[in-house]
Design a protein around this ligand. Structure first.
Ligand SMILES: C[S@@+](CC[C@H](N)C(=O)[O-])C[C@H]1O[C@@H](n2cnc3c(N)ncnc32)[C@H](O)[C@@H]1O
Length: 270
């Protein structure tokens, strides 16, 4: 991408929210910028995405990717406010663990789970780094709209594989890369950036900033394969029932009828 490029972008599940400015990737600078955002703004502006939702129009209630979690050891990567861990706690998972970059989000998760009478092990750390999580331990590792924040996709997948028992399951959702390239404009969809462009950019949002890169679908698939996973299922279509029940005519809803806005992958450790 042209280093001086500025173009409209959407950050996670919604419409265009800011203007992206191309940057060089410096891991510590990304940790600092993004943790500051999640510590101060959190989900006030972007909105939380928590189970049963994988994204705006995809729900676990319909997809049933987790199945019965009773008695299972669960780890959430980028656990945010803890509501997805709560979802599994209420379904009798035996252990709840979470990791998040933001101290504030970890505090929120602790409070949320304590209020619900659930106990959890919550660690404040970048998902990319060694943080003392047990190895070959978990039945399931999952992440709801957090994996894409990693500065090192393959390294993060390799770590996740190391936390899982053999045959353990890894489920994650993120913005579909095609959604990041296309914008609704005057009742038409227009390409705003190259699908193949994985360069890093910063976007200013509501007085804060976030830094990330948009990876191709093949980048996720190939990184999973190299990290010892086999893909069992992938979901990319919006759920008609959810769309109809919301009776939403926004540009984002119109777009979600035409192309995938979220993708979910269920993989298994070999
Ligand atoms: C969109 S939220 C998703 C979390 C949760 N599903 C929610 O909606 O509250 C993204 C979360 O990822 C965390 N995060 C961002 N970069 C991270 C990193 N490198 N390592 C661990 N967590 C990270 C943020 O602090 C934030 O809590």
């Amino acid at each position: 991408m042209n280093k001086d490029a500025v173009y409209p972008t959407n950050i996670i599940g919604a419409g265009e929210v800011g203007r992206a400015i191309s940057v060089d990737m410096d891991q510590n600078a990304v940790y600092q910028t993004n943790s500051f955002y999640w510590d101060t703004k959190g989900n006030d502006f972007l909105g939380a995405i928590v189970l049963p939702y994988y994204g705006a129009y995809v729900s676990e209630e319909k997809c049933q990717l987790f199945g019965d979690v009773s008695g299972k050891r669960m780890l959430e990567i980028g656990c945010g406010n803890g509501q997805s861990l709560q979802y599994h706690g209420e379904r009798k998972a035996s252990e709840l663990w979470g990791v998040d970059l933001s101290e504030k989000q970890i505090e929120k998760a602790k409070l949320q789970l304590k209020t619900c009478g659930l106990s959890a092990q919550l660690l404040c750390s970048p998902m990319e780094e060694e943080c003392g999580l047990p190895l070959d331990y978990f039945d399931c590792v999952y992440s709801i709209y957090a994996i894409g924040w990693t500065t090192d996709l393959e390294g993060t997948f390799r770590r996740i594989a190391s936390y899982l028992k053999k045959d353990g399951v890894f489920i994650f959702s993120w913005s579909h890369p095609i959604h990041k390239c296309v914008a609704a404009e005057n009742n038409r969809l227009a390409f705003k950036k190259r699908y193949f462009d994985e360069s890093w950019y910063s976007v200013s949002l509501d007085e804060g900033a976030l830094t990330l890169s948009d990876r191709k679908l093949s980048t996720y698939v190939n990184a999973l394969a190299k990290s010892g996973f086999v893909i069992e299922q992938m979901i990319e279509e919006s759920d008609e029932d959810i769309m109809q029940s919301r009776n939403d005519n926004s540009d984002f809803a119109q777009k979600a009828k035409m192309l995938p806005v979220t993708f979910v992958i269920k993989a298994r450790k070999l």
